[in-house]
Ligand binder design. Structure first.
Ligand code: NAD
Ligand code: MG
Length: 390
């Protein structure tokens, strides 16, 4: 039987890896919707190749381009936020959530409301609205399958286990582009330097977030929200080889490690075929050739984002929405050349402090509207911080 699948963020790094797997096995899948942003040519080409029913661009100004690119194909086209939400209501068995940023939250929630299985690459959904996402899935009997490599690894290590027997969860971090740079040099790091990752090939934003470890900070929060463990049970280890993706420690002292190549098609393929395992086109590791795996504790002075994650988890509520919104805006400012690499963490910390100390603000109920409100306030807070610096 074929499975009906949609891909949100189809033109991005995760989206393209998902398409690679689906295109290798076209008889097994019916593609419902593909969504993208500015890359209309890529979106149209993949919609044709995969015989999608619908193609959506997030940008309303690009609707005519998309229509022209798909003229005569019979593929439906649409554009804008409402169209993205509508696409998430189209009956499907499996939806890949691979939009980058908080923009991925609303379509993912809509998919869960239909009872659709959500393969979740968009970690920002769990960071900004974890309790809402998990409750929506439970209410509609929908399943969330983690796609972030660390969380897929944890998920796999927990098969057949009781979460109550888990003592700790260790997620690994490559250390990013600057792991071996002298600390004093970090302030001068350029956007191009921050955009190259030692082990993984990913979108630009997550690659820069890996260099600053904002990505790992998001992933620590993601771990808490998805697996329901307490902040004190989550550890981060720098592991330069990026081959051990996560370890789960049990109360009897056992550590179950997940080891695999740094290729997102493993985690995507696991979620795509779950609960089965199928042949995947990823490298088979030759551990004898690799010889050694290294681990060390992250230096808090190099990676201040990790402490911010602890603060966010202690605060709870909408603090994650503030943290993520401020981080996204600070990252925009770094990419635009308005602030330096190391300025990002300081600015996010100040906005987080300001907004979490205002009474009640982050203690409001976690709803889509409140996430959007706090996200907006956080972005405005970052702009004000940058303006103050002159
Ligand atoms: P990317 O930048 O390569 O692609 C992002 C996709 O989202 C594109 O299709 C783009 O058109 C779309 N998009 C961007 N802004 C949008 C908006 N406002 N509305 C609708 N669509 C929009 O990003 P990526 O690296 O593929 O990452 C996607 C998600 O997966 C992120 O949440 C990231 O943290 C997560 N993730 C990525 C990797 C990886 O290997 N790339 C690994 C783990 C987790
Ligand atoms: Mg990850």
């Amino acid at each position: 039987m074929t499975r009906r699948v949609s891909i949100f963020g189809a033109t991005g790094s995760i989206g393209q890896n998902t398409i690679d797997l689906i295109a290798r096995d076209p008889g097994r899948f019916d593609v419902v919707a593909l969504t993208g942003g500015q890359n209309i040519a890529r979106l149209a080409e993949d919609a044709k190749r995969l015989k999608a029913e619908l193609a959506v661009t997030a940008d309303p100004a690009r609707l005519d381009d998309l229509r022209a690119a798909l003229a005569g194909t019979g593929i439906e086209v649409a554009a804008g936020q409402a169209a993205l939400i509508e696409a998430a209501t189209r009956p499907a068995d499996w939806i890949m959530s691979a939009i980058v940023g908080v923009a991925g939250l609303a379509p993912g929630l809509k998919a869960l409301e239909q009872g659709t299985t959500l393969a979740l690459a968009n970690k920002e959904s769990l960071v900004t609205a974890g309790p809402l996402l998990m409750a929506t899935a439970a209410r509609h009997g929908a399943r969330i399958l983690p796609v972030d490599s660390e969380h897929s690894a944890i998920f796999q290590a927990l098969v057949g286990e009781d979460i109550a027997a888990v003592e700790r969860i260790v997620i690994t971090a490559s250390g990013g582009a600057f792991r071996d740079w002298p600390l004093e040099k970090l302030a001068q790091a350029s956007v191009a330097e921050a955009s190259s990752h030692p082990n993984w090939d990913m979108g630009q934003r997550i690659t820069i977030d890996s260099a600053s470890m904002f990505n790992k900070a998001l992933e620590v929060i993601e771990t808490k929200e998805f697996f329901g463990v307490s902040p004190g049970q989550i550890e981060v280890l720098v592991h330069p080889e990026s081959l051990v993706h996560a370890l789960v420690g049990f109360r009897d002292g056992a550590l179950m490690a997940h080891v695999g190549p740094s290729d997102m098609r493993h985690a995507i393929g696991y979620a795509l075929n779950w609960p089965d395992r199928v042949d995947l086109p990823v490298e088979r590791l030759d551990l004898a050739r690799i010889g050694q795996l290294n681990f060390r504790s992250p230096d808090p002075a190099r990676y201040p984002a990790l402490d911010l994650a602890q603060q966010v988890m202690r605060q709870g509520g909408l603090a994650g929405a503030v943290f993520n919104g401020a981080k996204e805006r600070a990252l925009d400012a770094f990419i635009a050349g308005h602030i330096g690499f190391t300025d990002m963490a300081g600015i996010v910390a100040r906005v987080l402090d300001k907004l979490t100390s205002q009474s009640g603000l982050v203690n409001d109920q976690i709803t889509l509207d409140n996430v959007a409100r706090l996200d907006h306030l956080a972005r405005k807070g970052v702009d004000a911080e940058i303006a103050m610096r002159g």
